[in-house]
Design a protein around this ligand. Structure first.
Ligand SMILES: [Zn+2]
Ligand SMILES: [Zn+2]
Length: 170
């Protein structure tokens, strides 16, 4: 069990698109797409071809933009709070005076990535952590604002105790 002293706290689990940039030994830019070792080719500054550009951008947008992930989860759950069952059209999310909109909740809090064996240091580890845990649909659910707020106040501390009874920092 890792102690709280070596528990790296991360506020934003973000992998920026430029983190995928790669270069050869001479410093020339290679195509950003996975497993593509070709050099970049005009008119593209980051890719070797239109195919790689489209393929990579599609993959990145679908997996790393939180807004897209959240919208997928809300749609999957039919815009229904998974605790109280209220159904809200997505437009109502912006009806803030009613505090009546839907949010996307991490069932196991993001901060517990470390306890689950994930790391957020190298690019490979970041990608793995995001795809398998942070943006994994199995760990995400739709909640209304009120249920999400109550949960944050009460249940998160209980869940964290389940995962690490020795960690009192959360
Ligand atoms: Zn390429
Ligand atoms: Zn609710």
């Amino acid at each position: 069990m890792p102690s709280k002293f070596n528990f790296p706290k991360i506020s934003n689990f973000i992998v920026y698109i430029h983190e995928f940039d790669k270069f050869d030994e001479s410093g020339n830019q290679k195509c950003r797409n996975h497993n593509c070792m070709k050099s970049v080719c005009k008119p593209f500054r980051k890719y070797c071809s239109k195919k790689c550009s489209i393929q990579f951008t599609k993959w990145y947008n679908a997996n790393f933009y939180w807004r897209n992930i959240r919208n997928q989860v809300l749609k999957r759950d039919n815009y229904t709070c998974q605790i109280c069952g209220i159904v809200l059209h997505r437009k109502k999310r912006f009806n803030k005076p009613l505090k009546n909109w839907l949010e996307c909740d991490h069932i196991i809090p993001k901060s517990y990535y470390y306890h689950l064996g994930y790391q957020f240091d190298t690019l490979d580890n970041k990608v793995k952590t995001i795809l398998e845990f942070i943006h994994n649909g199995n760990n995400l659910r739709t909640l209304c604002y009120k249920c999400h707020k109550n949960l944050s106040a009460n249940v998160v501390s209980d869940r964290s105790k389940l995962l690490n009874p020795y960690d009192d920092t959360n």
